[in-house]
Design a binder for this molecule. Structure first.
Ligand code: G3P
Ligand code: MG
Length: 233
């Protein structure tokens, strides 16, 4: 079972910052999940729609300027651009799950994606693009046919994993709260990988492994990996 560092190694360092990415790499975790928002045409790595609470700033992230973002921090760490994070992670042969947040992140991502391949040197298999906004993914499939896609689901859809088949997705990302064997089996029958968020508890990890889940998103990826290693040895 694969383990993604959720928002970087966010159990140990401020989420979605370069410090959280460095911590994941220090822990030998090279599969990373992160969230991006569009700020003035540039994609920044940050989870919430509001800056309040998680950062020293205030306001809706999509309404502030990139200049403003440079003046604020997340627990003392700068808010990085997607480009900065991907440049850092490239040296470690990372697999990066980029989650498109907000309603305005699609356009900048379509523009950026070819540069991630041609200028930084990522292979399309290393970049997994996910979103709760399945319309974004449908557009991505048309515009960037080689991109690996993953619909995020919060609940149990009445057509199980059919949305992922329609999108020709690589994987389907399910909430731990709504995981069922039926959903997992349906996804597998469609040739999809099944990844589950957000999983830190040893019992959950054990249960998901038994259910045949292919990967999890964890805030303590080293601890989760150690539990998985014990299960398989
Ligand atoms: O991508 C898995 C997970 O990160 C989705 O939910 O809210 O943590 O971005 P959230
Ligand atoms: Mg996320």
């Amino acid at each position: 079972m694969k383990v993604f560092a959720h928002r970087g190694a966010s159990g140990y360092a401020p989420e979605n910052t370069l410090a959280a990415m460095r911590k994941a790499i220090d822990l030998n975790v090279t599969s990373i999940e992160l969230d991006v928002h569009n700020v003035g045409g540039t994609l920044y790595v940050f989870h919430d729609r509001r800056l309040d609470g998680k950062s020293s700033g205030t306001g809706l992230i999509e309404h502030v300027s990139p200049e403003y973002l440079t003046t604020i921090t997340v627990d003392g760490e700068p808010i990085p651009t997607l480009w900065q994070v991907l440049c850092y992670l490239k040296a470690y042969n990372s697999v990066v799950n980029i989650e498109l947040k907000g309603l305005n992140s699609l356009g900048p991502f379509i523009d950026l994606y070819p540069k991630l391949l041609n200028e930084i040197g990522y292979r399309s298999e290393q970049l997994l693009i996910s979103s709760f906004h399945h319309g974004f993914l449908a557009t991505l499939k048309q515009r960037l046919p080689s991109a690996r896609l993953a619909p995020l689901l919060e609940g149990i859809p009445d057509d199980l994993a059919a949305c992922a088949t329609r999108l020709d997705a690589y994987s389907i990302h399910l909430s731990l709260s709504f995981i069922t064997q039926e959903l997992i089996d349906d996804a597998h029958a469609r040739g999809l990988m099944v990844y589950v968020y957000t999983v830190d508890h040893p019992q959950d990890i054990q249960d998901l492994a038994k259910m045949g889940v292919d990967g999890i998103f964890s805030n303590y990826p080293d601890v989760s990996q150690a539990i998985i290693d014990r299960l398989t040895h």
